[in-house]
Design a protein around this ligand. Structure first.
Ligand code: NAP
Length: 224
């Protein structure tokens, strides 16, 4: 049976992928509620704003999509060597990319529509895969996304105990042309609307028994 949401919540709706996904869902008749740091003060680095924004939401959602994330704090870039590691930068990366999704996920049991199939998807990244790491570097980004994957997996197990129809997954969107990748002009990138359409196709095929998986934009399992 194909999953299709009536009501979706997009966290990080201001981002390249978040905005494209929001638009694609809206034009297809989904009621979308979006939250963003720049527009709503929804700041993952400030847990009180996360609780306030999520606590103010009314009603429940069939789809919750976490599209937030950073490659590096502003004025920084991913580390190319061990020597480049800075404690404060790494802490900031964990705050936004790993603790941030965890702060969101702790609200999920309250905001999922009961008695209907639901999907909760968190954008992580293939470079967060430990077994797929063949080139090293990018310590903070890789480690923060690996931590996010583990948090998604644990949340999936816990949420499944009471929400039998819930599917909670980590998704890798592929390389997408957004502000996120603007410093990497040489890479082949898909546009955000194309990436959003592909992610929607993946989510449409999700079943509750797939909860806890890490999937890419084509629906293929990514190794942890
Ligand atoms: N683009 C790619 O090629 C690619 C590849 C692999 C994985 N991903 C993952 O996909 C996700 C989205 O990427 P994107 O390309 O759409 O990036 P983007 O265009 O740079 O958007 C990033 C989003 O994250 C939000 N954000 C950043 N820091 C935040 C904070 N402290 N609190 C709350 N929101 C915050 C931004 O909010 P404001 O703008 O409102 O501040 C924005 O909505 C990220 O997790 C990224 O790791 C992307």
């Amino acid at each position: 049976m194909s999953f299709w949401p009536k009501r979706a919540l997009i966290l990080g709706e201001s981002g390249g992928i978040g905005s494209a996904l929001s638009e694609a869902l809206r034009v297809n008749g989904v009621e979308v509620v979006g939250l963003s740091r720049s527009r709503d003060g929804f700041d993952l680095a400030d847990p009180a704003t996360v609780d306030r924004c999520l606590g103010m939401l009314e009603g429940t959602f069939d789809l919750v999509f976490v599209a937030t994330g950073i490659l590096a704090p502003s004025q920084h870039s991913p580390e190319k060597s061990l020597f480049a590691i800075e404690a404060e930068v790494m802490a900031e990366m964990f705050k936004v990319n790993a603790i941030g999704p965890a702060l969101i996920l702790r609200h999920i049991p309250k905001i999922l529509t009961p008695d209907r199939p639901t999907v909760t998807a968190v954008l992580t990244a293939r470079v967060g895969s430990i077994s797929d790491n063949r080139s090293g570097g990018w310590y903070s980004y890789r480690a923060s996304k690996a931590a996010a994957n583990q948090i998604v997996r644990s949340a999936a197990i816990e949420i499944a105990r009471k929400h039998k129809n819930a599917c909670v997954v980590a998704l890798h969107p592929g390389t997408v042309q957004t502000a996120f990748t603007s410093d990497y002009p040489g890479y082949e990138k898909r546009t955000a609307p194309v990436a959003a359409a592909q992610l929607i196709e993946v989510m449409k095929d999700l079943e509750p028994q797939q909860t806890g998986q890490f999937l890419d934009w084509a629906g293929k399992r990514v190794p942890w």
